[in-house]
Design a protein around this ligand. Structure first.
Ligand SMILES: [Zn+2]
Length: 443
């Protein structure tokens, strides 16, 4: 361990906790131990937090006082995570409509919370409040997961983002944690080349970024034969496709550790063995609804989240709308945290045909990665019966390719009522947040 790592662990992180009224250091020590707990130890811990959460919410959060009263329930009816099923699912719309009533009276008095919002990649962002303790626990869970990719506290890392760093608190945190924050205003060749120069000058161990900008950076690195020397790359934010992963890993000569989280949920990260994403189950309880078994022992379902730490705006059985795929199998790393195999994406990233066939984004990305003549695609569903395939194509694209694509998708969709059209485009725009959307539903 380097001197900087030791200093960060025993002095810098506790000091920054003190200055910023956070509790990261304490939670990190706990999480480093609990990652090796048995399944029953983890379950007991979750059950204990559920009891605390329900007692607190009934007493201090008007929305839950009213909800439990209307269902004739008392906090004592919630002794374990399974008891949460006694409550209805909480939607994004429920949170917006009932927002003032979802804030804890107790937290408001103390003023120990901060504003938070979801990234809004697939719609309007959701605003809510997060207790500083929950925020700290979540950061600590992220730091624990980073240790799986060889990161040690104090190691230099670069976070590449298209949001400007404006808060003084976050800037101070960057300095203390040895983070170079790289603000990528535009994604054009010039900005990308500047970014590559900054990365090379800083010589970081880790880069953290959304997959899409990384893929563009990777293309320039490969074209110009730039040598990169990183330990690992942490991605999160949107679904990482296989082709993007391969390109990025080749360009940066480093392995990608992908992560996933949504508002209220535990952070999920791939472990050193890369078999699964592990959830920090000590932070939030994950349950799944509309579950289908896609192959023996492999399941897909919609991710429902109960946050066990945010007592300021409790998220209890919150519908993330994300579909995850998991497997009932232990990971070779030995951790008994939840094992998720794949993040399928938001409901919006799934095309649903009138006959109820679900076409996940991977089906399209895999298919189009093999069609030489196509550079980029986007699927737009304008109504249940109308699908437009927008394509940016190479000069070699011809009528035969077009007919092949149409035939292929007609067979897959297998529904005479559905009209499929191909529209050639010069440009396919990213969403306002800069994320690329593969499937757009317009009805
Ligand atoms: Zn593992």
């Amino acid at each position: 361990m380097s001197v900087r790592s030791i200093l960060t662990k025993i002095i810098i992180l506790p000091l920054s906790d003190f200055l910023l009224k956070r509790t990261i250091s304490k939670h990190l020590s706990f999480l480093n131990k609990s990652q090796w707990w048995s399944k029953s130890e983890l379950e007991n811990f979750q059950n204990k937090r559920v009891k605390m959460l329900m007692e607190h919410s009934y007493k201090n959060v008007p929305y839950y006082t009213n909800l439990l009263n209307s269902l004739n329930l008392k906090p004592a009816d919630f002794q374990k995570v399974e008891d949460l099923k006694k409550l209805p699912i909480l939607t994004k719309e429920d949170i917006r409509t009932n927002f003032p009533d979802l804030i804890s009276d107790k937290s408001r008095e103390k003023g120990t919370f901060m504003r938070a919002s979801s990234s809004g990649s697939t719609g309007e962002p959701l605003q809510y409040f997060l207790s500083k303790d929950a925020y700290s626990f979540n950061i600590a869970a992220g730091l624990r997961a980073w240790s799986w990719m060889g990161y040690k506290l104090g190691d230099k890392y670069i976070k590449i983002s298209q949001n400007q760093r404006s808060s003084k608190e976050k800037k101070l945190q960057d300095k203390l944690m040895n983070n170079e924050y790289l603000f990528l205003k535009d994604i054009d060749d010039e900005s990308l080349k500047d970014a590559i120069q900054i990365i090379a000058n800083n010589n970081p161990k880790i880069i953290r970024c959304y997959p899409d900008p990384l893929e563009f950076l990777a293309e320039i690195i490969l074209e110009n034969n730039v040598k990169m020397n990183l330990k690992a790359i942490a991605t999160t934010g949107n679904v990482l496709h296989k082709s993007a992963r391969e390109k990025i890993e080749k360009a940066f000569s480093a392995k990608i550790y992908d992560g996933y989280s949504c508002e209220g949920s535990a952070p999920f990260f791939q472990c050193e063995n890369h078999e699964f994403y592990h959830a920090a189950v000590e932070y939030a309880f994950s349950e799944f609804v509309d579950v289908v078994e896609t192959e023996s022992g492999v399941f897909q379902g919609r991710h429902i989240v109960t946050n066990l730490w945010n007592f300021t705006t409790p998220f209890i059985r919150y519908d993330s709308q994300d579909i995850l795929e998991w497997e009932e199998k232990d990971c070779s790393c030995g951790r008994k945290l939840l094992n998720v195999r794949r993040i399928i994406g938001r409901d919006n990233d799934v095309l649903i045909t009138p006959k109820g066939k679900r076409l996940i984004v991977h089906i399209f990305t895999i298919y189009f990665s093999k069609v030489e003549e196509v550079k980029q695609f986007q699927i737009v569903q304008n109504s249940e019966n109308s699908i437009v395939i927008n394509l940016i194509v190479k000069d070699s694209f011809n009528d035969e390719t077009k007919a092949n694509i149409l035939n292929y998708w007609s067979e897959i969709i297998d529904d005479e009522a559905v009209k499929i059209d191909i529209v050639l485009k010069d440009e396919i725009k990213a969403s306002a947040s800069g994320k690329r959307r593969f499937i757009i539903k317009n009805f």
